[in-house]
Design a protein around this ligand. Structure first.
Ligand code: HEM
Length: 337
């Protein structure tokens, strides 16, 4: 009897050990945001930050919209499998990338800027700096270069060996969606409504294509602006850019007040009811949006407080890691062979 008890104990103990060991092994492969650190490349590629910054300076000088392109690229990367560079992968015979996803196709840009930065990084320290980190650092630099805040970017992300077109189609928010759906999409990524409003504040730069705001300008635009005459003039300009038929790819800035400066004027457009995207205006005008409307009002009145929350929320979004870990890609468009 005593022997059989001892035997059962040993079996239980052994099984426990196997489970603990198994968990340890998976956790050593898996990525956990607490593994990101500020000095990850300090010894292996001390010039990494400097290189990204110099390239971003060139890119933004060439075209200020490059700042907007890179910030959006980081967002669309982080919302699918975590910030793992999956959005950068090209379609190949064996891999279906995310570039054809509804919110990306003919819309997401900046891939050439990433290629250029990666080339420089590979020349300086081959195989060290991941594409996911490159984009996270570049998004921070993009923000500063057009007048926005600085924040320290935790690094040490791995690049994925996979992508998910399906997750890109379901998880990335769309401009036609209502406030509740938008909030739930951010919640699903561990981000609050406050994070969402702050991050959407990056629509202070960049543009939208007519196809994404046609319903809004031929729909409830006048309602949210209360038929204000100056808004009426803005509306007719928008209708010129974006006719009812055709011109899908014609563009208009999302913050017409200061389209290439990262500031809080975007929130002013929402307060005036002039948000270009339906999803943007929802933050202020939705019947369910008293909390989000308060944030819009607060950050319109206080740039410092918007900048602080934006920085914190960018770090939080950047900390969404891919639990599967991965590699450091040599070319951001392809997994290593
Ligand atoms: C409520 C969620 C969001 C929706 C529905 C949304 C939707 C859009 C749409 C429709 C465009 C224009 C794309 C086109 O017409 O081709 C756009 C552009 C942009 N979005 Fe968002 N967005 C959201 C959140 C965010 C977040 C969280 C960020 C960054 C942290 C961001 C950054 C940008 C930037 C910078 C642009 C301009 C890109 C350019 O000029 O190339 N957006 N967004």
């Amino acid at each position: 009897m005593a022997n059989s008890m001892r035997y059962s104990y040993s079996i239980v103990l052994l099984s426990l050990l196997v489970i603990i060991l198994g968990a340890l092994i998976t956790s050593s492969e898996a990525q956990d945001p607490s593994q990101l650190s500020l000095d990850y490349y300090l010894k292996t590629c001390p010039k990494a930050q400097e290189i990204v910054r110099a390239e971003m300076e060139c890119a933004v000088r060439e075209d200020p919209r490059n700042a907007a392109k890179i910030i959006r690229l980081h967002f669309h990367d982080c919302f699918v499998q975590g910030c793992d560079g999956s959005v950068l992968l090209d379609d190949t015979a064996t891999l279906i990338g995310e570039k054809q996803a509804d919110q990306n196709v003919n819309s997401l840009k900046g891939f050439e800027v990433v290629d250029k930065i990666k080339e420089k990084l590979e020349a300086e320290c081959p195989g060290i700096v991941s594409c996911a980190d490159l984009v996270a650092i570049a998004a921070r630099d993009a923000t500063i270069l057009v007048g926005g805040p600085y924040w320290d970017v935790p690094v040490g992300r791995m690049d994925s060996k996979t992508a998910s077109l399906e997750a890109a189609n379901t998880d990335i928010p769309a401009p036609q969606q209502g406030l509740v759906t938008l909030i739930s999409k951010f919640w699903a990524k561990g981000l609050s409504a406050t994070d969402m409003v702050a991050l959407v504040g990056s629509h202070t730069i960049g543009v939208s294509r007519c196809v994404n705001f046609r319903d809004r300008i031929y729909g409830d635009f006048e309602l949210t602006t209360n038929n204000d005459p100056s808004s009426a003039a803005y509306l007719s300009k928008l209708k010129e850019t974006c006719p009812q038929d055709g011109g899908d790819d014609n563009i208009s800035p999302m913050d017409y007040i200061t389209p290439t400066t990262f500031d809080n004027a975007f929130f002013e457009t929402l307060i005036k009811g002039e948000g270009l995207l339906n999803s943007d205006q929802e933050m202020y005008s939705s019947m369910l949006g008293y909390q989000t409307a308060d944030l819009v009002t607060k950050w319109w009145a206080d740039t410092g407080s918007f900048f602080k929350q934006f920085s914190d929320s960018m770090v939080k979004m950047g900390n969404i890691t891919n639990p599967d870990g991965g590699e450091v890609r040599k070319n951001c468009r392809f997994v290593n062979t």
